[in-house]
Design a protein around this ligand. Structure first.
Ligand SMILES: Nc1ncnc2c1ncn2[C@@H]1O[C@H](COP(=O)(O)OP(=O)(O)OP(=O)(O)O)[C@@H](O)[C@H]1O
Length: 315
């Protein structure tokens, strides 16, 4: 279990991590999700004792990382896959790590097999692709057979087979009762892997909940409607945070109101509706909604004729 309490890290005037408190439970995969620069890596580095908190504290299985007698057996982490001597082979890198931590050589062979590194294990790490480097980082994280596994952006650079492998690995480790904490900026990946999500934006926790409740809590009803007089319909639906997007002259998307209410209003206004389709709120939409105001580097789409979402105007 990982427990952070009012954990903060400042760089000068900037709060990279701002008084975050959370618990990562064993037996499930917890996703640590946030846009670029949100504070994920800084938090993970503090968990591993690589950065000192400015204030607050964080423990792994009840103690700060550095106070564990056999830390590699307690927590395994992939934080920076490139932090390996380029002239060493993968096998020698893992052997050296194992030797300094009293881990038998047999375990080195096990993790090489587990991570699919067998064919390249004797090659120099300097020539590794990003994906192979990630696999080596994961092999190192698992070397001590740890109770807690922390992986920072583990699917970075992996091909689809590798992505799927990480997914199965994470789920398998959690099923064995381990604490698994994975960071990502991709909601789509987390949706397939994590049981629980901690969402961070600009150094602060903005959600901490099971995946399903994040969808249920954040997603607002979105409905696609084809109607002969969309403006009349929208005029009558105005208010209470209802927003709309006109996609074609007779095609609109309405957010924030249930399909039945749209049908009732259309009937009352004698607007002909010939399509009324509830659109599923994807996890990606829920994430965008959660982090909208929390991204550090926001991209803006170019203005275009009738595509922008606009609040419904009253009559
Ligand atoms: N050593 C440092 N010195 C100054 N600022 C830093 C340092 N490390 C991180 N930061 C800043 O702290 C904030 C959080 O960075 P962090 O790397 O933890 O975010 P992240 O969520 O892991 O993002 P990414 O997905 O881009 O890696 C960013 O604004 C970053 O620029």
């Amino acid at each position: 279990m990982i427990e952070a309490q009012a954990l903060s890290k400042r760089y000068g005037a900037k709060a990279a991590v701002d008084a975050v408190s959370f618990t990562v439970q064993p037996g499930k995969v917890t996703g640590f999700l946030g846009p670029n620069g949100a504070g994920k890596s800084t938090t993970m580095r503090m968990i591993m004792g690589l950065d000192n908190p400015t204030s607050g504290h964080v423990t792994v299985n009840g103690r700060p990382y550095a106070q564990h007698r056999a830390p590699l057996r307690e927590v395994g982490a992939l934080l920076d896959a490139k932090a390996v001597h380029p002239k060493r082979s993968a096998y020698n890198h893992l052997r050296a790590m194992a030797a300094t931590h009293g881990i038998p050589n047999g375990r080195v062979r096990d993790v090489i097999e587990l991570t699919g590194l067998g064919p390249v294990a004797r090659k120099r790490v300097g020539g590794f692709s990003l994906g192979m480097g990630q696999r080596l980082g994961i092999a190192a994280a698992l070397l001590g057979d740890p109770h807690t596994v922390i992986l920072d952006e583990p699917v970075n650079g992996l091909d689809p087979e590798g992505v799927q492998w990480v997914r199965h690995l994470a789920k398998g480790l959690a099923a064995e009762g381990r604490t698994v904490f994975l960071s990502s900026h991709l909601m789509s990946e987390m949706a397939l892997t994590a049981d629980h999500l901690i969402v961070i934006g600009r150094g602060r926790i903005i959600a901490d909940a099971p995946i399903q409740s994040i969808i249920d809590g954040q997603g607002r009803a979105r409905v696609r409607v084809r109607a002969d007089r969309p403006h009349d319909l929208l005029g009558s639906l105005a208010g209470n945070g209802v927003t709309s997007q006109i996609l074609e002259p007779e095609l609109i998307e309405i957010t924030g109101v249930e399909p039945r209410r749209i049908a009732e209003v259309a009937l009352r206004e004698r607007v002909l509706v010939y399509e009324l389709t509830p659109l599923q709120v994807s996890l990606e939409d829920a994430y965008m909604e959660l982090t909208q105001t929390e991204v550090e580097y926001q991209s803006h789409s170019l203005p275009s004729g009738n595509q922008g979402a606009a609040p419904v105007e009253g009559r």
